[in-house]
Ligand binder design. Structure first.
Ligand code: ATP
Length: 634
């Protein structure tokens, strides 16, 4: 996805992120519906002050039509209909509120948990939802009312439970979509716990569908309540309820047909207003769903520790024999070893599809659903991470290892301002008060060289340029003061000038904070300028691991040599750009022997006969080649 399209896609999301309320307020129909419902609720709440008592009888004026004394007329006992409609509304709206509260709490909690956690929880919730949706609601309501006669609260609670299944399904579907958004992955990498991510990032993003469906259910619940009252199963006379008033009016249909207008009218108009509001909210929030999910996802990764192999002593991060398999068992990273010392910068280099992203994702344990991580060891800061639970990994990510990705705008939650997101990260990592976190957030924005931090903090992600957004995501990654920052092609989506600024910033931060850096890139210029060590990957394997000066002076592996020769930055002006012919074999189609053999000008029969093992020279430089290039030390 180009930077431009990313900004556009997130921009539309961000616009709606200003709030469902603002989106609805821009639609006249929405304003009318909200105004009607708001006024009605207010009038019902103030019924005691607005009209006479609902039981006060005026036997001189039974069945009267609208008049100055009785704006909506009177009933069979001369009681004021306006007063009875408003007092009846209190009862009806209260029990509808009970149904909605149960509906929302159950539906949202079950839907969020099922959609976000997936697996067994999802299957259980889905089956439960199927069961509730197939249950005959009317029969169950009648049974409940038989057990609890005239208890509308019990009936409405049951209705809330039965209808929550539909909401749970809608929320589940939204949560599945939202959890694949890069900003949710970024929040996970920043070390935020599940509940916090659900409440802070997923819940606001599913607010649109939830409000839309709840409005529709409110209309239905109102009709059910009115029907129960009409059938005499609900609130009993002389206490007014909307259903009871309609029943009274229907009995006087020949004597005073007008009575049906205010009693039936208020129910009909309110139910229609709820339904229309649901439609308006759905239309207003539809464009919120347009953010394209990227490949980074929140995942439950199965981790397998192989037979022990010693991690490198004194290394901040030590990875041995890291293998990552997709859900179908296809390996995409195969036996990768590398070490990062404290304060060191390591460049992970290779063509697209070589497994660089998957290797760092394996370390962070953030992989596509169903993927597995096998390794002999992944030690961070002296601690083996393979045995850590997901909860313990949350502590490692963010505070121990920060992460910034390729698409900075997409990694920020479009629903919150930059300031909110930084304050959240700082508070999460440091436990600071809101005020302290705010001050720290501004410091971080200044540290990543953003002019006028206060103004930037007030902006939404879609109001930032790509370079600004990347600085913000670096600031957020720094909130936990990580000892290691993994930057996965952090400048891919940026133009050349901004690329240089961001790399300069990373170098500066590294020298100021002593933070180690793993930089995933395919740009040798970036490696030369920023890194101490180069790890070259090809078809899921490390084919060369050596110091940066050494790799430029004497590459050992023919792939490294070819990759360096194809570096456009080293091309002579006016000459044809060098290219590396052929393509990286796809995972699942790796040859048995040397994986570079098909593209290698030095290939021999023994290269293709059996897998090639890594060897290291006296200085510790590693290569995976039977015929290392001239100049290589032995
Ligand atoms: N979610 C996924 N599902 C299936 N295959 C995937 C997924 N993500 C990556 N792959 C495959 O895994 C292999 C390694 O991908 P990876 O993204 O790690 O490569 P990379 O070297 O980082 O490339 P790039 O520079 O393009 O990001 C590729 O063949 C890719 O197609």
């Amino acid at each position: 996805m180009s930077a431009g399209s990313a900004v556009t896609g997130v921009g539309s999301t961000g616009r709606a992120g200003g709030g469902v309320v603002r989106a609805v307020a821009r639609r006249p129909l929405g304003v009318v519906c909200v105004a009607w419902l708001g006024l009605l609720v207010l009038a019902c709440l103030l019924a005691g002050w607005l009209g006479s008592s609902p039981q006060e009888q005026d036997l001189e004026a039974v069945y009267s039509g609208p008049s100055a004394a009785h704006w909506l007329g009177t009933d069979q006992l001369g009681r004021d209909l306006l007063s009875r409609v408003l007092h009846g509304g209190r009862v009806s709206l209260l029990v509808v509120g009970v149904a909605l509260a149960v509906h929302v709490v159950l539906g949202v909690v079950l839907g969020l948990v099922a959609g976000y956690r997936r697996g067994l929880v999802d299957r259980i919730v889905s089956r439960l939802a199927d069961l509730l949706l197939s249950a005959p609601a009317v029969v169950i309501l009648l049974v409940v009312l038989a057990v609890f006669p005239h208890n509308e609260a019990a009936a409405m609670t049951t209705l809330g439970v039965l209808s929550s299944a539909g909401l749970a399904r809608v929320v589940r579907a939204s949560a599945i979509r939202v959890r694949e958004e890069p900003y949710v992955a970024a929040a996970t990498v920043a070390g935020l716990g599940t509940v916090r991510i659900l409440v802070r990032h997923v819940l606001p993003a599913v607010a649109g569908p939830v409000i839309s469906l709840v409005s529709l259910v409110a209309g239905s619940a109102l009709l059910v309540e009115a029907s129960l009252g009409f059938l005499g199963l609900g609130t009993q006379p002389p206490e007014p309820s909307w259903g009871g008033l309609i029943a009274d009016a229907s009995q006087a249909i020949y004597r005073q047909p007008w009575m049906l207008v205010p009693t039936g009218g208020v129910v009909a108009v309110t139910a229609v207003a709820c339904a229309l509001l649901g439609d308006v909210v759905r239309d207003a929030t539809d464009d919120r769903a347009t953010g394209e999910p990227l490949s980074w996802r929140r995942m439950r990764t199965r981790v397998v520790a192989r037979e022990s192999r010693e991690p490198a002593a004194l290394c901040l991060l030590s990875v041995r024999d890291l293998t990552v398999r997709l859900a179908d068992g296809t390996p995409v990273v195969d036996g990768v070893d590398f070490d990062v010392a404290a304060g060191q910068a390591l460049g992970l280099v290779g063509e697209s599809g070589c497994g660089k992203t998957m290797a760092v994702s394996g370390v962070l344990r953030l992989l596509p659903p169903g993927a597995t991580v096998d390794a002999a060891t992944i030690t961070f800061d002296g601690r083996e991470t393979l045995g850590l639970t997901e909860r313990e990994m949350v502590g490692v990510r963010g505070r121990g290892i920060g992460y910034i990705g390729q698409d900075p705008v997409a990694s920020l939650d479009p629903l919150f301002t930059v300031g909110d997101q930084l304050v959240e990260a700082v508070r999460h990592h440091t436990g600071a008060t809101r005020r302290q976190a705010r001050a720290k957030a501004l410091e971080l924005l200044a540290a990543v060289r953003l002019p006028d931090p206060a103004a930037v903090a007030a902006r939404y992600p879609h109001e930032l340029s790509g370079g600004m957004a990347q600085r913000v995501s670096i600031a957020r990654a720094l909130a936990g003061e990580p000892r290691l920052l993994i930057a996965d092609e952090p400048t891919t989506a940026l133009d050349v000038t901004v690329q240089a600024e961001i790399l300069d910033l990373l170098r500066d931060l590294r020298s100021r904070t002593g933070m180690a850096l793993v930089l995933v890139t395919h740009d040798w210029g970036v490696v030369a300028d920023t890194c101490d060590t180069a790890v070259v990957m090809y078809a899921g394997q490390v084919v060369e691991n050596t110091g940066v000066a050494e790799v430029f002076a004497a590459p050992r592996h023919p792939y490294t040599e070819a990759l360096l020769a194809a570096n456009p930055a080293a091309a002579e002006p006016g000459s044809r750009l060098p290219v590396l012919p052929g393509a990286v074999p796809a995972p699942g189609h790796w040859p048995t022997g040397c994986r570079f053999a098909l593209r290698c000008p030095h290939v021999t029969t023994e290269c293709v006969a059996a897998p090639i093992q890594s060897t290291s020279d006296t200085a510790g430089a590693v290569s995976r080649c039977l015929h290392p290039r001239a100049g290589a030390r032995t």
